[in-house]
Design a protein around this ligand. Structure first.
Ligand code: ADP
Ligand code: MG
Length: 217
């Protein structure tokens, strides 16, 4: 069964339609690439998928259950891990503190010491050592900040990972390393949904679909 299902989703900002009749099934163990030109509605679709915005009509099913019938806070803090285009990290905090904070928000169990240990392991798994984990985000490079954002999205073991242009600002080698992380997550059973306009990112995903700009339809 699909972990996330879009059923005939329409979305408008006021009177301006952005998404029209979008239906798609996302399964565990796969990476998906949502393609489309700038302004096609990719970020909007991720907002709808993540429960940040409500579709104007249509429904989203999470493991068969309409997300309208799931507590939004729970859905967003536990079931879905989101990596925003701008990372949305707390830049004054260290990488480690950012990851631990999201565990706290998701009410993850365990002592502060356990959470710190898990956060360090996660950061290590995305390529950050202990010194980098204890550095303020402000003093990390773009690629390193992207890794912190990924570790944060993984911190509460969400089944679905959403990422908006996760490699948009990165050089090719770093892009490939980050894509390897996403592909490994899918191999370990996560459902990974990426937004990108890069053909090379698309080629590294299992499935892709393209959103068309409505004005040109
Ligand atoms: N908060 C908003 N209010 C009104 N219009 C918006 C808002 N956010 C995005 N839009 C418009 O919706 C369309 C889709 O935007 P977006 O989802 O950001 O596209 P993409 O991520 O594919 O570039 C664009 O025309 C954009 O200008
Ligand atoms: Mg966008």
């Amino acid at each position: 069964m699909a972990v996330l299902s879009l059923k005939d989703i329409n979305f408008s900002y006021g009177k301006t339609p952005v998404l029209k009749g979008v239906s798609y099934d996302f399964e565990e163990g796969k990476t998906y690439c949502i393609m489309g030109k700038s302004g096609a509605g990719k970020t909007t679709l991720l907002s709808v998928l993540s429960g940040l915005a409500s579709a104007t009509s249509g429904s989203i099913l999470y493991n068969g259950k309409d997300i309208r019938n799931i507590d939004t806070y729970k859905y967003r803090s536990k079931y879905i891990g989101v990596i925003f285009q701008s990372y949305n990290l707390i830049t004054k905090f260290t990488a480690l503190e950012n990851v631990v904070l999201s565990m706290d928000i998701a009410s993850c169990k365990g002592s502060a010491k356990d959470k710190k240990k898990k956060a360090l392991e996660l950061l290590k798994s995305v390529g950050l050592n202990e010194e980098e984990a204890n550095r303020r985000v402000l003093k990390l490079s773009g690629g390193q900040q992207q890794r912190v954002a990924i570790a944060r999205a993984l911190s509460y073991d969400a089944q679905v990972i959403l990422a908006d242009e996760p490699t948009g600002n990165l050089d090719e080698d770093t892009q490939n390393e980050i894509m390897d992380i996403f592909r490994n997550l899918a191999k370990n059973g996560k459902c990974v949904i990426l937004v990108s306009h890069s053909k090379s990112v698309e080629a590294m995903c299992d499935e892709s679909f393209t959103l068309k700009k409505l004005s040109t339809k």
